[in-house]
Design a protein. Sequence first.
Length: 367
Amino acid sequence: MKNTILLITSLIFSIILVYFLLFTWVVAGKKYISNHNFSDKETLKFHKHYSNKLHHLRGKHFKDKHINKEDYMFTIISEYTQNKINFLIQGDSWAEYLITKEITKKKLDEIAKKKNIGIINSGISSFSPTPMSIQLKLLSKDFSINPDIVISFIDQTDIGDEICRYKSKIYRNKDNQIVGIKKELNTGAVFDYSKYYRFSEIINDNKRLEGFLITNYYIEKFFKEFLHRIKNLNNKSYLCKFDDISKYLYDLRTENRKYFQDILENYISSLNNTENIKRIYLISFPHYNHLNKKYKVNMSDIIDTLDLPKKIEHINFTKIIDNNNFLGNDLYVPNDKASHLNEKTQTKVIEYIIDYILKKNVNDLKS
């Protein structure tokens, strides 16, 4: 009996000691202070609401650049008006970087003023056709963003994003139409914002008890992520790191190609069936590993196999580079696995695209 009491007492003491040490680590180290946190309730509410429809929004790298809460989802470069040709730029980080890189952002501002066009950029890192389809509808329904022209960056990594990141999180309505993508929740994946949502809620609402509440949250988070790892013991790629995404560019099985092509065609259909949109330009660009022949699967080739509707055109930079490389040879950010373009090249690319579109048929676009 004494041994049992001693064992229970020791266990309780150990738990209290561990909790105290964790509490000290949290409070002394200010482990809940992060650039990811949201400083006001409205922005937090906005981010949580739309992340549960789109999987995620823009993150901390964008925080210092945002003016309104909407900037986590889209940025107005030049206001839409009825007397302008109004552009919407969609895509992943290739689109988002057009506004996070200062030289390119200035060029877009300059183009908008010089050409008298409206430009909104809704690019979000790791977006691909499924979240872009949902985003297109939300922009119209919730924000009255109805462009004349859509410039859509279809990146090489979209294949892996669709298969690894989004496929298991898609939810549908009773008519089997995709209506949203669940956000990451205590998975430990790259776009798991649950920790920062909880930190922000505690800091904004419970300042006096924040140390205890955040300590309790760390304990809860540990067990939830541990259980998630146990459930995914046979799925080593559930975190969807870059190697998990890029592997489809080395070898794309028939069933995966068909799945992605169906998703892409669904996105194209949603663009084509939107009445206010007069022209759509799909942009594809090779990665560095395409140029050195390591990647065997090229998004440009997949798009070229599609029977595109009349108002949709593919601007294929693989062919442009092969036939007339006005961009030069120094294209990419050094040592960047995702082959993002350097600012000089990025600026040339977006300038080329907009000039190409406007020269194509300005009168028709205005009609």
